[in-house]
Write a protein that binds this ligand. Structure first.
Ligand SMILES: Cc1cc2nc3c(=O)[nH]c(=O)nc-3n(C[C@H](O)[C@H](O)[C@H](O)COP(=O)(O)O)c2cc1C
Length: 348
């Protein structure tokens, strides 16, 4: 097992999980400055925004950080007529926030090649991927530029596929985690393994360091992850609740006040399975029975979710959070980090 500290050039094996859409330079830099590996989610960013963001991260911290992209799964392009049907199904939500039913955009997401070109130009210290195995070209190019590559697995089979592709480390993410289930070999519904069962099995199956994720929010979770054989932890929800994250106060309060059994896995908001609070938007869309495939549903709901944020309507936002939400007690990134650090075994 390689030491994560040596692999990434960090002081403590604690990774801030990237948040597609909700990462902030301030939070990423705070975790890197504290000696962990700050993570930043580049989901949906075009090439220019990626170059600018990595530039801002470099300006904000002299320490290593990780940026994250979503690999395409081939279900990203959809014909026009379907767009109108699915957009109409969400009409009550657009009406509730006073925005028109949106016409189909030119594209839902920037192409992977455009994102990768920008990443190669900006050469971040670490690149992490979800929803697939990076191609040999991506792994080779990263290696050539001195960029470490991290893959993300929800099952042992996915971890083995990632290790065979030559990634430097693997995030093993259990079903407790906030945000999307990033399964890629089988449907997410058939790949639901809890962190406690997943981590030791992945540790046994691969030779690269394993980073445990899902439900880890305080020193007890960190200590447990190390006892299971993890080389490090990746924490999302506990950091999302801090002042430095890019989310709203309503979301922060929702994290602190949602019980562990108050979150749900749903396809309602994005078309892919993700864990968050079961608010009115989730309940109503599930009840309607009409959910567009990803990324169309994500884009379509995004049009009213953005307006809901501006209008402070928590029931119509996506309140992503994991089952450890009630453990997210700290309001500053530094305090949250110190709490987690207290669970890291000290060198003898
Ligand atoms: C709002 C939100 C957005 C997320 N977006 C991403 C993402 O774009 N890429 C990714 O690899 N993980 C993403 N995650 C997962 C986190 O990086 C992290 O692995 C996860 O939150 C860990 O579980 P926890 O929430 O129980 O701490 C997201 C999580 C949340 C809560």
């Amino acid at each position: 097992m390689t030491d994560l500290r040596a692999l990434f050039g960090i002081e403590h094996p604690i990774v801030l999980g990237p948040f597609g859409g909700l990462s902030s330079v301030a939070l990423t830099a705070a975790v890197s400055d504290a000696g962990g590996l700050g993570g930043y989610g580049l989901y949906g960013y075009d090439g220019d925004r990626i170059r600018a963001t990595i530039g801002s991260l470099r300006a904000a911290t002299p320490r290593p950080f990780v940026v994250n992209i979503w690999l395409p799964r081939g279900d990203e392009v959809l014909p026009n007529p379907q767009h109108t049907v699915f957009a109409q199904a969400l009409q009550p939500f657009y009406e509730a926030v006073g925005v028109p039913v949106p016409a189909r955009p030119e594209r839902y997401l920037p192409p992977l090649d455009e994102q990768l070109d920008a990443i190669w130009d900006a050469a971040p210290p670490v690149l992490s991927v979800v929803f697939g195995v990076p191609s040999p070209e991506v792994v080779d190019e990263a290696r050539r530029r001195g960029i470490r590559v991290v893959g993300t697995a929800t099952t042992v089979a996915e971890a083995i596929a990632l290790a065979e592709a030559g990634v430097d480390a693997i995030v093993a993410t259990g079903l407790e985690a906030g945000g999307h289930r990033v399964s890629f070999l089988r449907p997410a519904e058939d790949s639901l393994v809890g962190t406690f069962a997943l981590v030791p099995q992945v540790v046994d199956a691969v030779d690269v360091p394993v980073i445990a994720a899902g439900g880890i929010a305080d020193r007890r979770g960190v200590a447990a992850a190390f006892a299971l054989g993890a080389a490090g932890v990746q924490v999302g929800t506990a950091f999302l609740a801090t002042a430095e994250s890019a989310t709203t106060d309503m979301h922060r309060d929702a994290i602190r006040s949602t019980a562990a059994d108050g979150t749900a896995l749903t396809r309602a908001l994005s078309g892919r399975l993700a864990r968050g609070a079961r608010n009115r938007a989730v309940r109503a869309i599930e009840a309607s029975g009409t959910i567009a495939p990803f990324p169309m549903q994500n884009w379509l709901t995004g049009q009213f979710r953005t307006a809901a944020i501006e209008q402070n309507l928590g029931e119509l936002q996506s309140l992503w959070m994991g089952q450890g939400a009630p453990l997210a007690r700290h309001r500053s990134a530094t305090e949250a980090f110190e709490e987690l650090l207290a669970g890291v075994p000290q060198p003898r």
